[in-house]
Design a protein around this ligand. Sequence first.
Ligand code: PGA
Length: 249
Amino acid sequence: MIRPLIAGNWKMNAGGAEGRALAEAVGAGAAEAASHCDLLVCPPAVILAAVADALAGSPVAVGGQDCHEAASGAHTGDLAAAMLAEAGASFVIVGHSERRADHAESDALVRAKAAAAHGAGLIAIICIGETEAQRDAGETLAVLSGQIAGSIPDGANAANTVIAYEPVWAIGTGRTPTADEVAEAHAHIRERIKGGIARSEEARLLYGGSVNPKNAGELLAVANVNGALVGGASLEAASFLEIARQAPS
Ligand code: PGA
């Protein structure tokens, strides 16, 4: 049994006092969920250190939402993976579809970012997923295969790499794939990461896209789903923790 990971991606929300309060509330309520799953919050980078301080001594880990592929240098506005680690992160999300779309991030860039994360001792959460047009065209599994082939760096293993399957059309829309569709995608991902991720049978595969307290139980029970990447529903401690409570134990 793979221990589930429930990760909150706050995106560009809760970047100040609101985020510190949210972190404190998640930390205060985490004990029950943490008995059967790992918990992670990924706040905006400006409060990552404050959130890490607020969660010190709690079972909740902290992660970044992106990192640069270089270790340092003239990259105005960017953050190196080691900076995130120094601020208290142990994870970083790379290749989220919003970054792939908003910043034209390619698989090759995502791969380089994941390698940089590993170099800084961070666990990389590599996001993949098809658009609605790709699903309608029957291309979902081929798209996932291509993203897996292109985005996973050398040296990836079940301890330093998590894959998040996030259908682009399910993010922030309230729509989710059926349990059968999630099962098909995750079985495919499990198969395709053989060779790319050492001990791939132990790697955590998260589902993400409109996970909420009402659908979490069903989605988290799907074969090869080892947790969730939660956006909107992670912005309230109660809903985030309720999702975590429903992770299989
Ligand atoms: P959502 O976002 O839960 O708001 O759909 C998930 C994500 O993009 O990670």
